[in-house]
Design a protein around this ligand. Structure first.
Ligand SMILES: O=P(O)(O)OP(=O)(O)OP(=O)(O)OC[C@H]1O[C@@H](n2cnc3c(O)ncnc32)[C@H](O)[C@@H]1O
Ligand SMILES: [Mg+2]
Length: 201
């Protein structure tokens, strides 16, 4: 395992567990912003890219370390892309997955099966330092359908109501390693590593 290379600018325990597996398997050690006493950045951007940059810059500035951040969300076609950028705070309270799921299922109550398409989107940003003018940016997508009721107890956030049609499993029914292989976050991180292959990571 390499020495600590960067700080991960996230306070989401579910995301951090996924990063631990994904980056650990690749041999990279990191610290979390929470371990270094860094507060959450304000997510004032209007796009996933902007928010990921804000988070990474905030953590890099506070710690002096390179920083990796993820901004992600669930985009539902029948809802015009909502909750999208506002996925974490859809029902009003940041990170209340139960309330977010309840609000989503209510909004989708009358939407027929064929129109329940959705995708998770993740943007991962790596800044080598707070003023890095050349951020490395990678994106990943996971397409599926919104279920009518939650299934499974793994994962986090909207996982219980997101169906992967190819496997007929909800995101909360996958083994963590399989979710990491299929997911928006896993794909974004793979793309990031490819971009960095001959340079930094
Ligand atoms: O900003 P950080 O501290 O990383 O944590 P966060 O939870 O606020 O993260 P985001 O701002 O990126 O919001 C993303 C939300 O989208 C949802 N989400 C993202 N990836 C997901 C996944 O793999 N499974 C389920 N829900 C996910 C979930 O509700 C997250 O809270
Ligand atoms: Mg957030």
């Amino acid at each position: 395992m390499s020495p600590v290379k960067f700080v991960v600018a996230s306070s989401n325990a579910g995301k951090l567990a996924e990063f631990r597996d994904l980056l650990g398997a690749a041999g990279y050690a990191f610290v979390t912003q929470g371990e270094l006493g860094v507060e959450d950045a304000e997510e004032t951007g209007l796009t996933f890219v902007e928010n990921a940059l804000l988070k990474a810059r905030h953590a890099a500035r506070a710690t002096g370390l390179p920083a990796l951040a993820d901004d992600s969300g669930l985009c539902v076609d029948a809802l015009g892309g909502a909750p999208g950028l506002y996925s974490a705070r859809y029902a009003g309270v940041h990170g209340d997955a139960q309330a977010n799921i309840a609000k989503l299922l209510a909004a989708m109550k009358d939407v027929p099966a064929a129109q329940r398409t959705a995708h998770f989107h993740a943007v991962i940003v790596l800044l080598r330092h707070a003023d890095d003018p050349q951020p490395v940016i990678a994106e990943g997508r996971w397409s599926g359908l919104i279920l009518e009721a939650p299934r499974g107890d793994g994962g986090f956030g909207y996982d219980p109501v997101f169906l992967d049609p190819e496997n007929n499993l909800s995101a909360a029914e996958f083994e963590p390693a399989i979710k990491n292989r299929l997911s928006h976050r896993g794909r974004a991180l793979a793309a990031l590593r490819q971009k960095l292959a001959d340079t930094w990571l």
